[in-house]
Each structure stands twice: as structure tokens, then as C-alpha cells.
Design a protein around this ligand. Structure first.
Ligand code: CUA
Length: 370
């Protein structure tokens, strides 16, 4: 049994790679193309492996020293024909692989016809998404209609400036390959989902303290659901009822007082219907846009649930409609304790010294931002 443990462990690890986050189970047109090339190379490599290993095993068995065989075998050194053969054959194999590889690189780089443009901005440590065609700014979740190619225009920024950005790498394994996101220049990635679903992604370039906490999600919706999402995102933020706790929260959101930094210094909540992008696009983003915070399912770089899970013990179960009050309040109380950040350097959310009453009011306000 103890011998089986490593095997079982490997099985568990491999099982964790299956499903919605596996590049070996592609869920979109571009990912399928990369997967085909991967399979081609894998089969060729497997054939080479079998031939080489076969020859080694054959030689070991055939030429092993036999009983009473005390003489030194004939010593051979160099065989020009063989050496040329095992130099030329791999060269031909590599040249053959290079043809479809180069083709695919150019194919995946070209802007697809009818593509929807989405700007992707890497921040420490979360992803911002801007839809210039719709005037939408959101975070953590790349929402896309099924079957439509997206052209991601990607850059890295900090507080609206590329000077302080660092290199990130954007990856939604089931939907497309990886692409570096670099300060001071724009990179591109084509991405598409062929069926509705929620796809797991992560930053894959070490970008500092919370690199491992910089996750993202691909959310693929049927066209009608996507249209509904667009309409919802374009609307201004909900206005809390007069005299409600949420209204107190809204006021605190605008000004905390006592010399404290306010939420609005970093987070935009768009209360004016007409003020959608592109005007919004020039607001330097330090923190995620919260206009429709509760339309998302996770927060803080998609590491915490915004809603309670259907099965609290199963992190992969669906979401209920109940906001995750405990986690949101813990975040408001002490963000750097929840996620490693360095607000003293202007990276991440600082401790705002909120009283329990202020936290209750801010929470009441935030959950109205549907
Ligand atoms: Cu961003 Cu690692």
C-alpha cells in the first residue's frame, strides 16, 4: 500500500488539473488549435521515446554479459553512417514540427474577424477589464458571449501609470495560451469560449508579494445573457434608500472623515448614467471599479467568495444569493491581514481604522451595488 501512495498522490494531482482549468480539456476555438499542436508533438515525442527505449532495452538484454563469458567484447568506436543518421533524423523531425508551430503562432496572433475588443490591465494584484464598445469597466471576471472571439489588448499599470507596473502573465488555461502583460507596451491575446461556464485562471508571471493571490475568471454567457449583463453594467449604481443604513454607508464611502483616506480615492462607483466610458477610462484606476460589485462572484483578485457557496465545505460548489458577510467585513476591517499587500507603498488596500458601526454601514451599502 505504501508503494501505491505516490501513485495515488499523482492521480489526485492530475485529477485537480481536469475540468474547467485544464489546458488539456480546451473549451474554446483558439485553445483547441493549441491543443491539436500539443497532441501532434506529444505523439511524435512518444514514438521517439518508444523507439529509443526499445533499442536500449534490446541492447541491454542481447549484449549483457553471460555466465563464463570472460572475454572483453570487440571494441567499436564511431560509426559514421549511424552518427549521420541520428543527427539527420531528429533534424528532419524538428523541421517538420516547426512548420505547423510557426503557422499556428501567426494564426493565433492575427486579429480574428468580428472580434470584440476588451482592454485587460494587470495591477498588483488583480485584473481590470474595460469594454470600450460598451463603456464598461469591471474587475476579476472576463465576461464574454459564447462563440465570439475576443481580442484582448493588454497592459500593466499601477494607479493609472505604466511607470510602476510590473510584468504579469494572463492565463485562462481552458480558453487560450498564456500571454505576458508588460508595463509600457501593449500585448495581445485572442480568446474564445465555446460553451457557457466559469473558467479558472491565474497570473503566471511572478509579480511580487501576492502573485499567488492574483487570480481571474472567465465567465462565458449565452448571447442573450451577455446582452443582459451589458445592460446591467451600463446602468448607474443603485441609489440607497433615504435614511437607510446603506445610505450612511454611501456617505462614508465618499468621505470617512477624521483625516482618513476615503474609499473613493481608489474605487470608482459610477452614479451618473451618462458618465460611462470613455470618460471613465481616463480615471486612473487604483482599486477595482465597484459600480456593480455584487454582479461578480468573487473579490480581491478572485480569491474570496462574494456570495456564500451552496455547500460551504465544497469550494467548487455553486453560489447562493446570500452575500458573504463575514468575509466582506473581515476585508473592510483589515485588508492586508486577508491578502498580502503593501499599502504603505501604495500597492493594495490599507487599513482604514473603521469602527464596527462604520463597517456595518459600508457593508450595507456595498451589497446594494448589484
Ligand atoms: Cu501578476 Cu503574478
Amino acid at each position: 500500500m505504501t508503494r501505491l501512495l505516490p501513485v495515488l498522490g499523482l492521480a489526485v494531482v492530475l485529477a485537480a488539473c481536469s475540468g474547467e482549468q485544464s489546458m488539456l480539456d480546451p473549451q474554446g476555438a483558439f485553445a483547441v488549435e493549441s491543443d491539436k499542436l500539443f497532441n501532434l508533438v506529444m505523439w511524435i515525442a512518444l514514438a521517439v521515446f518508444i523507439v529509443v527505449q526499445g533499442l536500449i532495452v534490446y541492447s541491454v538484454v542481447k549484449f549483457r554479459r553471460k555466465d563464463g563469458d570472460d572475454e572483453l567484447p570487440e571494441q567499436v568506436e564511431g560509426n559514421h553512417r549511424l552518427e549521420i543518421a541520428w543527427t539527420v533524423i531528429p533534424a528532419i523531425i524538428l523541421a517538420l514540427i516547426a512548420v505547423p508551430t510557426t503557422q499556428l503562432i501567426f494564426e493565433l496572433d492575427a486579429e480574428p474577424e468580428g472580434a470584440m475588443t476588451v482592454e485587460v490591465i494587470g495591477h498588483r494584484w488583480w485584473w481590470e477589464y474595460r469594454y470600450p464598445d460598451y463603456g464598461i469597466i469591471t474587475a476579476n471576471e472576463l465576461v464574454m458571449p459564447v462563440g465570439v472571439p475576443l481580442r484582448l489588448e493588454m497592459r500593466s499599470e499601477e494607479a493609472g501609470s505604466s511607470d510602476r507596473g510590473v510584468i504579469h502573465s494572463y492565463w485562462l488555461p481552458a480558453l487560450a495560451g498564456k500571454q505576458d502583460v508588460v508595463p509600457g507596451r501593449q500585448t495581445h491575446l485572442n480568446i474564445q469560449a465555446d460553451r457557457p461556464g466559469r473558467y479558472i485562471g491565474m497570473c503566471t508571471e511572478y509579480c511580487g508579494l501576492s502573485h499567488a493571490n492574483m487570480r481571474n475568471r472567465g465567465v462565458a454567457l449565452e448571447q442573450a445573457d451577455f446582452d443582459a449583463w451589458v445592460a446591467e453594467q451600463q446602468a448607474a449604481a443603485a441609489v440607497p434608500e433615504a435614511g437607510s443604513l446603506a445610505e450612511q454607508g454611501a456617505q462614508l464611502f465618499g468621505a470617512l472623515g477624521n483625516g482618513r483616506q476615503s474609499c473613493v480615492q481608489c474605487h470608482n462607483v459610477r452614479t451618473d448614467e451618462a458618465a460611462a466610458m470613455p470618460g471613465d477610462a481616463f480615471t486612473p484606476a487604483t482599486g477595482p471599479n465597484l459600480t456593480h460589485l455584487m454582479s461578480r462572484k468573487e473579490f480581491a483578485g478572485a480569491i474570496f467568495d462574494l456570495y456564500v457557496r451552496e455547500d460551504p465545505d465544497d469550494p467548487n460548489s455553486g453560489f447562493t444569493d446570500t452575500p458573504n458577510e463575514a468575509q466582506l467585513k473581515a476585508w473592510l476591517l483589515n485588508p492586508p491581514a486577508e491578502k498580502a499587500m503593501t499599502p504603505e507603498d501604495g500597492i493594495g488596500m490599507p487599513i482604514l481604522d473603521l469602527t464596527p458601526q462604520e463597517i456595518d454601514a459600508l457593508y450595507a451599502y456595498l451589497i446594494t451595488l448589484k
